[in-house]
Design a protein around this ligand. Structure first.
Ligand code: CMC
Length: 428
């Protein structure tokens, strides 16, 4: 017998059998529950999507209570230890780990698309000298839609593939140019002999030397951070990507919207906020006072808490290990002691324990980025680069899902009832 939920409507005395599939009921099945035949029927109310699935997905699995994160079934710990970002991006997009020839072709395709059109560079030049790199990044990604007109043909698989290559390949270049623009230095062309992250570091930090020497520890650390950030199922920016994409706009425009969502301090802007918070706290001695203010509701402990993870964020554990290897090369970040003390006190404090607030991915990533020489304004951009693979995989999954339509949530209207317009002279 199929699983069903029996609903008795006490208003009418009627009973309904609602099918239960995958531990969910379809919200539209509730429409049949009506008071009168012309009633629109029952709906669900779920601000912030606290308990509503909006899609079926095969990409990322999270068990927030157990602290599990898997891409296409592979545990994040194994990928962080054994994979590379480009290989992981392939896995996220195509569902399987690539064979050696597939990885070679994929790497070649990405490498071929790293250059930016001169017009895009000119557009980036137009930004104010101190423009936030994330603002420049998101505008430039959106502007790419004006250049790649074939990107409008979203149902052409081959052209879709081309945009995927372009997006994955060009985001590090756009990010690096946004940074170079913000510090008034000339852009550095991509070096296709280098790895994905090695080339990115080269475009960011190369000065007058003939060949930029990429530090292998930092290159690997950044690659691991990119793996950890590649996808995170239906978070705020991914939902934005899907919702915007559901209007069948091109992927560059949709991704500009997703990037804007990521920019916010409660999402990808959190690691920037963590660093600002640590700087504001200033010394280890000030930590108890800061915790007290957070508990009094005068602000949040940035880098703590997560909508999904309620035991620990598995990415935070890996990041802490990565931090150790980075600090061995760069020297210890002086803010680390404040962070460790914050973590120690918070993990013992009932306020945080009872609300299941644990360090999330952003608590330590900012410290690593800072030690590697990135300014805080680059932090959300560093999140957007790897998340591009997740966004486009989710976008494509949405496009090809026959159950999906243009996203259009319902509302419960609670405003004024019908009233007549009053001429200005008659208003009090
Ligand atoms: N510091 C202090 N209190 C907090 C925090 C925090 N960081 N996060 C949640 N709370 C409290 C909140 O005040 C509430 O308390 P009460 O029940 O007394 O009102 C309770 O915990 C539940 O909070 P919520 O806002 O309902 O939880 P949420 O699931 O809607 O929010 C969150 C999740 C990540 C937005 C939130 O924990 C937060 O603002 N954290 C700080 C920002 C941050 O680090 N964001 C990065 C998230 S990980 C990267 C990513 O995936 O984007």
């Amino acid at each position: 017998m199929a699983d069903t939920l029996t609903v008795t409507d006490n208003r009418t005395g009627k009973q309904y059998e609602i099918p239960v599939t995958d531990r969910s009921i379809r919200a539209t099945d509730l429409r049949q529950i009506k008071l009168t035949p012309d009633d629109a029927g029952l709906s669900t109310y779920d601000p912030a999507f606290m308990n509503t699935a909006a899609c079926r997905s095969r990409i990322t699995f999270i068990d927030g209570d157990k602290g599990i994160l898997e891409y296409r079934g592979y545990p994040i710990e194994q990928l962080a230890e054994q994979s590379t970002y480009l290989e992981t991006a392939y896995l996220i997009l195509f569902g399987e780990l690539p064979t050696a020839p597939q990885l070679e072709t994929w790497t070649r395709e990405i490498t071929l698309h790293t250059m930016l059109h001169e017009n895009i560079k000119k557009l980036m030049d137009g930004f104010q000298y101190d423009a936030h790199p994330m603002g420049v990044f998101l505008s430039t990604v959106g502007a790419c839609s004006t250049l790649y007109k074939d990107s409008k043909q979203i149902f052409d698989a081959e052209l879709r593939q081309k945009q995927i290559h372009r997006l994955i390949a060009k985001v590090p270049t756009i990010a690096a140019y946004a940074y170079r623009h913000s510090i008034g230095r000339p852009y550095v062309l991509p070096d296709n002999q280098l790895s994905f992250t090695g080339n990115f570091l080269n475009m960011l930090f190369r000065m007058t030397e003939l060949k930029y020497d990429v530090n292998p520890v930092l290159e690997r650390a950044l690659d691991v951070l990119f793996i950890l950030h590649a996808d995170h199922e239906q978070n705020c920016s991914t939902s934005a990507m899907r919702a915007i994409g559901s209007s069948h706009v091109d992927p560059y425009s949709a991704m500009a919207g997703a990037t804007a969502a990521l920019y916010g301090p409660l999402h990808g802007g959190a690691n920037e906020a963590v660093l600002r918070m640590l700087n504001e706290i200033g010394t280890v001695q000030q930590v108890p006072g800061f915790i007290k203010r957070v508990k009094a509701g005068e602000g949040r402990l940035m880098g703590f808490g997560h909508r999904v993870y309620k035991s620990y964020d598995p990415r935070a554990k890996i990041i802490k290990q990565t931090a150790d290897s980075v600090f061995e090369v760069t020297g210890r970040n002086p803010l680390l002691d404040i962070a460790l003390e914050l973590e120690r006190i918070a993990l013992e404090d009932d306020y945080f324990v009872s609300r299941k607030l644990y360090p999330n991915v952003d608590f330590y990533s900012g410290l690593i980025y800072q030690a590697m020489g990135f300014p805080v304004t680059m932090f959300p951009v560093l999140f957007a680069i790897p998340r591009t693979s997740g966004w486009i995989a989710q976008w494509e999954e949405m496009l090809l899902d026959p159950e999906q339509k243009i996203a259009r949530p319902k509302q419960l209207y609670v405003g004024a009832t019908r009233r007549d317009y009053l001429p200005l002279s008659k208003r009090a």
